[in-house]
Structures are given as C-alpha cells and as structure tokens.
Ligand binder design. Structure first.
Ligand code: ZN
Length: 488
C-alpha cells in the first residue's frame, strides 16, 4: 500500500502515520455502552465514528478485529468507586432481574446501531462473561505490588504506580491535578489516597451483582473489564483504542495504569476519542429536558423535535463534522443535513442514468485523490463530503449537458461514489434502509386519516385503524401532545 493513514493520537497529542503491530492486521477496541437505558445521541456518535474507521481500514485491505464491549456490571453511579451499580439500580426500580435490564437494552442498542447502518463488531464481549479474567488480572497487579487489599476490596496504589510509570499520560492530569478534583472524604475512605481506584470491590449485603473471589464476594471495578477483555482478544499491546472524550479520565487513564501494573507494558499504540454532542448549544442532560433518545429522533416523538429524522439523516449529520469537533443538534441543522443528504442520494441515482461521451471536461482522477487524502488525514469526513459534493455538481452538470465525461471517467466516478458514499461513509438511500422513511410517511398518513375519523365522530373507523395496526405489530398511543406510534 503506497498511501499512509494519519491518526491523531490522544496520547502523543499529534497526528501519526498509522503503523499496525502486525502487517495488514489491526486490533481495535472501542468502549461500548453500559446497557441500562435507551440508546441516545451519546451512543450514536462513537458508534458511527468507529464504524467509519472500521470500514476505511477494511477498505485499505486490513484485517480488522473490532471489539466493542457491553458493560453489564461494575459501572457504579457517577463513574465513581461508591454508589449503586447502574444496572442493579434500574433493575431495583423496575422490579426486574439485572439481566432482564441488560437483555432489553442490549437489544435496543443493537437495533439502533443497525438502523444507523453501523456494522456489527467482530466480538462483543460482556463484563459478566469475563469475571475470571478480571480476577486474574487483579491477582497479578497485587503480586506485582501495585495494589493493596482493604476489607475485601482491592485498590490500585496510584502513588506507588507513579514511582515506576508516569501516571496521567493520556489525560495530562498528574496526581496533584487529580487530587484537586477529588472530593476529600474526611478520612472516611478506606483508600490510602483519594487518587487510588477500585479494581475489585467488596459487595455490600444489598449489592445483588456479586461473584466469589480470593478476597470474598464482590464485583470488578468498572475500568477492569476493558483491560481484561482487550488483552484477552487483542493481546497485551494492540493498535487502536477508541471511545468518547468523556472516557479519557478516569476510565482510559485507569486502563493504562492497570495494564502497565499487570503486564509492564503500555496497552495501546493509538488512542482515538470522539468529541461530545450538544443539543441546542447545551450539554445533554435528563434535567435539561434535551435528552433525546434515538427512537424519539426516528419517530419525532420528543417535544424538542419539530418532526421525525431518519437514521440516515442523523448519520449524515454526525459525519458532516470531524469526529474530534463538537456537534450541536438543532431542528434547523438537522433539516439542512436532510437536504444535503437527499441531494447526495439523488445524485447517486442520477449517476446511474448518465451516458458517456467521447471527451471529458472534468478531472475524475483528481476527485478520487482528494477523497482518499481527506480520509487519510485522520478520517476527515467533512472534507470528504465537500469533495463528494464537487462530484454531485458534476453529475448534475453532465445531466444538463453542460459538462461531459468519457466512458472511463464515468465508470470511475460511479466507483468513487460507491466506495466513499456507500462503503465508507455507510450512507444508504431511504429505500434501502429497511423502509424507515417510507414507513414514517405512510404512518403519518394513516394517523391523519384516523384523526379525521375521530374529528367527525366516526369512532368505528378510528378503532378499526388502531386494532388493525396493532395486529400488524404497530402500537399507537394517544396523548395530549398528539398520537405517536411504535413498532412492538
Ligand atoms: Zn472501556
């Protein structure tokens, strides 16, 4: 391969030429969701970002082993060492088994990723399926002298660790910075230092997700699962580790410390982090009322949304920004993205109908070069999209007879669009995306007809529509805000 892919490495804070450990093979680990709630924008962004990295590396003939985990235990509230397990809490509130919560939200996460046309990872390991590996790692860290036991819990001794390995290399936070940001617990803590973190926690009597260990019944610290599972499937050092920027500290910093403390080697060569998403200029938050889950986008059922937006509009919108920039969601921005996406898809359709002429008035080879250059430059999808729109302009001009392409160039242009739009950006037309758009439009019509029937007091017809839709697996719900629908 003559071209080089440059990746911005969070660890070194610069772009580096990608050079995998094993020629033509890539090991990539991305932190997946903690499955205790509906998938939302915060899941869509890393899902799409690393899907494009996965697709582009494969396009460049790398064999990629892409691991994305499912966190189904050990993630405590506020990402801290204290508090209730997020999944156990949801299970308690809903009066369900924790694994019922895990199963339910894993299915909805998979559905959302599928709707967004994200390819499934090669392996999707779960924390609860790797308790033995995590215990083994904790034992090794203890043996190496970088952890200590207190009352059935095991903590990583960050000060001890820092004597041998520099702590804070990824986040740029050293121990003093970390201490400043840590709540002092007035001596209540059993930790030697507030910067230490749990790698194994003793389970309190009411903690239901618990396993036997050499230190009594407990559960692994949240950071431990990614260290143990990445080592199991990708080795002690692997190529790419990805995730959202909010995971840099403490999660990924802790992963680095655990791997060094256990194996005396750095776990990852290239750390990649996608930036965050805001809604109407504000951070997403349940209390701010701007926490919109993906299903609400697809159905247009959240009060902040003027209407539904298809998964492909969301995907295109996210790819219009570079993954290291922030993205702000608003109705205006989404509607603009939808227009852009439709324009691109229409051009793709038009392209199939164009006829070649003897001469070309456009440099297709240059367009291809530009597209590769954009992707080689740290997966710069907005620049790629800008180049593709240059192609869109040509497609429309050729159609109007203002420009011309010979047969070779026309075939080349078709191949560029197939490769970059479909294979790499993963954008597919509404008709291909399992009829999502079409269903929305038809449902809008059906609900309008039912609304009309109700207005003219034709309740028989209104009920018939509801019952027949129900039989077809579509549930409709009437509320003060109007009528919404969902596939059961
Ligand atoms: Zn992780």
């Amino acid at each position: 391969m003559s071209r080089k892919i440059q990746i911005y490495n969070t660890l070194t804070r610069q772009k580096e030429v990608f050079n995998p450990i094993t020629e033509n093979h890539v090991g990539m680990y991305v932190c997946g969701p903690t499955v205790y709630g509906d998938p939302h924008l915060g899941h869509a962004r890393p899902g799409i970002t690393f899907d494009v990295v996965f697709r582009y590396l494969k396009h460049n003939d790398y064999k990629v082993r892409y691991i994305r985990n499912i966190t189904d235990a050990g993630h405590l509230e506020n990402d801290a060492d204290e508090g209730e397990d997020k999944i156990a809490k949801k299970a308690r509130l809903e009066q369900l088994e924790p694994m019922e919560i895990v199963q339910f939200y894993t299915i909805s996460y998979h559905k959302a990723m599928n709707d967004l046309n994200c390819l499934p990872p090669s392996i999707e390991p779960r924390a609860t399926g790797h308790i033995i590996e995590q215990i083994e790692m904790v034992e090794q860290i203890l043996k190496n002298g970088f952890a200590y036991k207190v009352n059935g819990s095991v903590y990583l001794d960050v000060n001890k660790y820092n004597e041998k390995y520099p702590y804070g290399t990824l986040s740029g936070r050293n121990i003093e910075d970390t201490l400043e940001g840590t709540r002092t617990l007035d001596g209540q803590s059993e930790k030697k230092s507030p910067v230490d973190f749990a790698i194994w926690k003793k389970a309190s009597p009411e903690h239901i997700m618990r396993w036997s260990s050499p230190w009594g019944e407990g559960f692994p610290g949240w950071h431990m699962e990614c260290s143990a599972m990445s080592e199991k499937y990708l080795g002690k050092t692997f190529d790419i580790h990805g995730g959202g920027m909010d995971l840099v500290f403490p999660h990924h910093e802790a992963e680095i410390a655990q791997s060094n403390a256990c194996n005396d080697c750095n776990p990852v060569n290239y750390w990649m982090h996608n930036n965050m998403i805001t809604v109407d200029g504000k951070k997403m938050g349940k209390s701010l009322g701007n926490f919109i889950n993906l299903e609400e986008f697809f159905n247009g059922t959240h009060e902040k949304l003027e209407r539904a937006y298809t998964p492909m509009t969301i995907r295109f919108f996210i790819l219009q920004a570079h993954y290291r920039s922030t993205v702000d969601f608003s109705n205006e921005a989404l509607q603009a993205a939808e227009k852009g996406f439709n324009k691109l898809m229409n051009a793709l359709e038009t392209l199939q109908t164009l006829s070649a002429t003897d001469t070309s008035t456009y440099d297709v080879k240059k367009l291809e070069e530009n597209c590769y250059m954009a992707m080689d430059d740290d997966f710069n999808t907005p620049i790629l999209i800008a180049h593709l729109f240059d192609g869109v302009r040509i497609i429309n001009s050729v159609k109007d007879g203002k420009e011309s392409l010979n047969l070779t160039d026309l075939e080349k242009l078709k191949s560029i669009f197939n490769i970059f739009v479909t294979d790499i950006l993963g954008l597919i037309s509404a008709k291909e995306s399992r009829g999502n758009d079409l269903t929305s439009e038809v449902m809008e019509l059906v609900l309008q007809l039912r609304g009309n029937a109700k207005k003219s007091k034709d309740f028989g017809t209104a009920d018939l529509i509801r019952d027949e839709l129900n039989k077809a697996g579509i549930q409709i719900k009437d509320s003060r805000e109007g009528t919404s629908w969902e596939v059961k």
